[in-house]
Design a protein. Structure first.
Length: 179
């Protein structure tokens, strides 16, 4: 008779859900069917690297002070899902949602995102976290984690916007009731 205690397969369970979250993000609807997303799963070693950069960034001023809290928080998670987007206009003639008259004009400003890239990213994140929620995996969408990942170039040089979703299984959600 074999008895497997939950602690023996907890990491495998979180990794399996992170993989399913990646699939949900990838298959989420994209404007014009154009996929500019980059999705990655980060293990403990990578989490430590991101947390270290977050601690460094927290010293840049008052607007970044919460990065330290978030860095300490992610050190307690099992895996981390990163979802980012490339900044590429979709070749529309004049949607004007980015503030420019055309995609050609917007493309002269490569750091300014196309609204559809950001919208697609949000939809993908929503799809991913719904998988976590449906499987009772504690999570939280964190701008600070994504900012540090972009700062470290973890998703590639052409990714300028990303969010991190730390994942955990514990008796109490470690991502809430934070100080």
């Amino acid at each position: 008779m074999a008895i497997l205690k939950e602690e023996e397969f907890r990491l495998e369970n979180v990794l399996r859900i992170a993989q399913q979250m990646s699939a949900a993000a990838r298959t989420a609807p994209k404007a014009r069917g154009i996929d500019n997303l980059i999705i990655a799963i980060v293990d403990k070693e990578g989490i430590k690297k991101i947390a270290e950069r977050m601690q460094e960034l927290s010293k840049q001023g008052e607007g970044f002070s919460f990065f330290s809290r978030d860095a300490n928080n992610i050190l307690n998670c099992e895996f981390l899902l990163l979802i980012g987007t490339r900044i590429k206009s979709l070749g529309l003639k004049n949607c004007n949602l980015c503030g420019f008259d055309s995609c050609e004009e917007k493309d002269k400003h490569p750091k300014i995102p196309c609204v559809f890239n950001v919208n697609d990213l949000g939809i993908a994140i929503g799809s991913a976290v719904s998988i976590a929620a449906n499987n009772r995996i504690d999570n939280r969408v964190m701008y600070s984690v994504g900012f540090a990942a972009v700062n470290l170039n973890l998703l590639g040089e052409d990714v300028n916007i990303a969010f991190g979703i730390p994942l955990s299984i514990s008796s109490k959600n470690i991502f809430f009731d934070r100080k």
